[in-house]
Every structure is written in C-alpha cells, then in structure tokens.
Design a protein around this ligand. Structure first.
Ligand SMILES: *[C@@H]1O[C@H](CO)[C@@H](O)[C@H](O)[C@H]1NC(C)=O
Ligand SMILES: *[C@@H]1O[C@H](CO)[C@@H](O)[C@H](O)[C@H]1NC(C)=O
Ligand SMILES: *[C@@H]1O[C@H](CO)[C@@H](O)[C@H](O)[C@H]1NC(C)=O
Ligand SMILES: *[C@@H]1O[C@H](CO)[C@@H](O)[C@H](O)[C@H]1NC(C)=O
Ligand SMILES: *[C@@H]1O[C@H](CO)[C@@H](O)[C@H](O)[C@H]1NC(C)=O
Ligand SMILES: *[C@@H]1O[C@H](CO)[C@@H](O)[C@H](O)[C@H]1NC(C)=O
Ligand SMILES: *[C@@H]1O[C@H](CO)[C@@H](O)[C@H](O)[C@H]1NC(C)=O
Length: 312
C-alpha cells in the first residue's frame, strides 16, 4: 500500500472510531466546547480527544511534549491527542492538557450520557399570571450532582436563577399573553461524570399556573378562614380563586382524603368555613376561569388538644 493509502485508511479508521456505533454521538453543551457529551451504551469504546484544534494554536508549542492530566492526576500520555477509553460508566472526567512549561492549554469535561436516558419529566409551575415560573427535578440515586446547563428558550433564551433542584425565572420572563411555547432543559452530572438530562415538551406559562397553598386560620370555635396567597396575581376581582374543602373525622394526608367536596366561592378576598364538630379540614384553591391546577392541600385540625396531652 502506498503511504497515501495508509494515511487515508488511518483517517477512515479514526472517522469510524468517532462516528461508528460507539460512542453513539458526541456534542458540546456550550459553544466553547468545555462540556463534551458522549452518548454511550456501556460497551467498550474509545474516543480521541484533541488538546488544541488548529495548527495555528500550536505555534511555539512542541506537540509531542503536551502533557495530559485527568481529574488533576498526572498521566504518562504525551502529545496533542488523548485516547479516552470508555467502558460501563467509566471514562468521563476533567481532561486537561498543558504545555511542557505547565501552562494550561485546554480543558474538556467529558460527560457520559447513557443512550435512551433522556427524560421529559421536568416539572414547571407558576405561582401566578405575572410570567415568572419555577422548574424542579429529582436527582437520581445517591450522588453529588452539579448543574452543567439550564436552558429556557422561546426561542430567545431567558435568564434563570438555578440552585438546589430548581430553577426560577423572576425577571424578563414571558408575558401572560405569550404565543410561543417555552422549552426548558436541564443537564446535571454526577461525581462519576454521568450526565442526566431533564426537559419538558414545551408550555405556556399561563398553562402551568398552580397557586401557592393557603394558610388556614381559626377565627373562633366554629369558624375557620383563609385568604388569597400573597403571591397570587392582583387585582383579585380580575384573578378570582375558588376553594375546595374536604371535611373529615380523621385523615392523615389531605391528598388521600376522600370525603364530600365543597367548592366555595370568593367572599371579599377571605374564605370562611364553618367547622362545627369537624376534626380535619382540607383546603385547596384554584383559578376557575382558566381552570388552573389546584394548589397543594392545606390541612387544619380543629379539635382542641386533649387535656391529658396538654401537660405532657
Ligand atoms: C479545546 O478542546 C475542545 C474539545 O475538544 C475543542 O473543541 C476546542 O477547540 C479546544 N480549544 C482550543 C483552543 O483548541
Ligand atoms: C477542570 O480542570 C481545569 C484545570 O484545573 C479547571 O480550570 C476547570 O475548572 C475544571 N473543570 C471542572 C468542571 O471542574
Ligand atoms: C412531576 O409531575 C408528575 C405529574 O404530576 C409527577 O408524577 C412527578 O412525580 C413530578 N416530578 C417531580 C420531580 O416532582
Ligand atoms: C427539591 O424540590 C422540592 C420541591 O420543590 C423542595 O421541597 C426541596 O426542598 C428541594 N430540595 C433541595 C435540596 O433543593
Ligand atoms: C365566629 O366568627 C364568625 C365570623 O366572624 C361569627 O359569625 C360567629 O358568630 C362566631 N362564632 C362564635 C361562637 O363566636
Ligand atoms: C390512603 O388511604 C388508604 C385507605 O384509607 C390507605 O390504605 C393508604 O395507605 C393511604 N395512602 C397513603 C399514601 O397515605
Ligand atoms: C359548602 O360550604 C358552605 C360554607 O360553609 C356552606 O354554606 C354550603 O352549604 C356548603 N355546601 C354543601 C353542598 O355542602
């Protein structure tokens, strides 16, 4: 074989290695390429990671002396490329390359995403019709997770505050009369550099409204009352709420209470309900005009504490 043919074969094999079956695909999370996501099946595979992209950037750098570190630990690998071996959940990490003089040249966080692990179960709710919203997710298993990226597009990007297991839009959020679907996606990675991605199919903020739960207060022996949550849109005459009430002798969790439902209507911003001998009062609210989601239940126990317990 001529040397040209050999070179072509080598190029073709490298092409196959990257674009063959495993890893299934590669993509960067951000334009600057710091997060590189490899879609993997768990089977053995390899991936060639470059340090510097173009020869222009290699000016003055002796390529054969480029040093590689993985997660801060030195490796014996020298040169412009690092072959990353992937197997099961291993191979992800922070790959850094340095010049001979130990100047950082590039760093790439290689994240592994299991094929078919994308989930469309990101939950988003809005407390009112003002345009702000909150999305939250459940981290899988036990691990420390880091948020790599949160994206909200409609199709222009929105600014979000992200922390813990949620992300919130507070300013420059969509208007209630928005006509464009909003798509939110979240990428988080574990200590083992496994990527999990949550997203939703797209929504309008007015469709995900779920009022905050109410605070039930006792007026006197026979009357309980609650008012609109502070977070609800005003004026209340324009954004009315209805309450749903369940009264029961006993019930540990309101969501599991089956009893007679009584939907009461607004009365001067305050709902009042006669409790009589009622023991447990469960209340939730919603906007009846747009048929918003119901708020979470609020529970109130109206029997006086038993004498024996008062002193215990
Ligand atoms: C650093 O590595 C990434 C991922 O391999 C690559 O996309 C990027 O171009 C590299 N940066 C430079 C300056 O070569
Ligand atoms: C990866 O290592 C480089 C060099 O130490 C560091 O600058 C970068 O913040 C690290 N990335 C992550 C995600 O830890
Ligand atoms: C999201 O909402 C669905 C349907 O209401 C629920 O089954 C699921 O548990 C929720 N997810 C989280 C993380 O709370
Ligand atoms: C996760 O989200 C739930 C529901 O919004 C919240 O109650 C909980 O405190 C959050 N946990 C963390 C660690 O942020
Ligand atoms: C309890 O308060 C309600 C509303 O303020 C009032 O109508 C009712 O008479 C009061 N009942 C008692 C026993 O004080
Ligand atoms: C709901 O109530 C039923 C019957 O009262 C009970 O068997 C069940 O354990 C309850 N579930 C929860 C989650 O409380
Ligand atoms: C619902 O509750 C209100 C307020 O206590 C009461 O006036 C009404 O009669 C109740 N309706 C039903 C169907 O129980």
């Amino acid at each position: 074989m001529s040397s040209k043919a050999v070179r072509l074969l080598v190029i073709f094999s490298v092409y196959l290695m990257v674009n063959g079956n495993n890893p299934k695909s590669q993509r960067t999370l951000l334009p600057n390429g710091i997060f590189l996501v490899l879609e993997v099946t768990g089977q053995q595979a390899q991936f060639t990671l470059p340090c510097l992209d173009s020869t222009a950037e290699m000016k003055g750098i002796l390529v054969e002396n480029i040093v590689w570190m993985v997660n801060g630990a030195d490796t014996r690998i020298r040169g412009n490329t690092f072959i990353v071996y992937l197997e099961e959940s291993f191979g992800g990490g922070n790959y850094t390359c340095y010049s001979e003089e130990r100047a950082l040249l590039n760093h790439t966080l290689v994240l592994l995403q299991q094929v078919g692990s994308k989930r469309a179960d990101l939950n988003c709710t809005a407390q009112n019709y003002d345009g702000g919203f909150h999305c939250y997710w459940k981290y899988p298993k036990q691990s420390l997770w880091t948020v790599a990226l949160v994206k909200a597009e409609r199709p222009t990007a929105l600014d979000l505050d992200t922390g813990g297991n949620g992300t919130t839009c507070r300013e420059t959020c969509p208007q209630p009369e928005e006509t464009q679907l909003l798509r939110v996606s979240v990428c988080v990675y574990s200590e083992n550099f496994i990527l999990e991605e949550y997203s939703n199919v797209g929504f309008y903020v007015r469709e995900i409204v779920k009022p905050d739960k109410v605070k039930i207060e006792k007026v006197n022996a026979t009357m309980a009352e609650w008012s609109y949550p502070e977070s609800w849109s005003s004026p209340h005459s324009y954004f009315p709420l209805v309450s749903q009430v369940v009264v029961r002798k006993n019930c540990k969790k309101c969501g599991n209470c089956t009893g007679r439902l009584n939907t009461t209507v607004l009365n001067d911003n305050v709902f009042q309900f006669e409790i009589k001998k009622t023991k447990i009062l469960c209340v939730r609210i919603r906007d009846p005009l747009y048929a918003s989601q119901w708020s979470d239940w609020s529970r109130h126990r109206s029997v006086p504490m038993q004498r024996s317990k008062r002193w215990s």
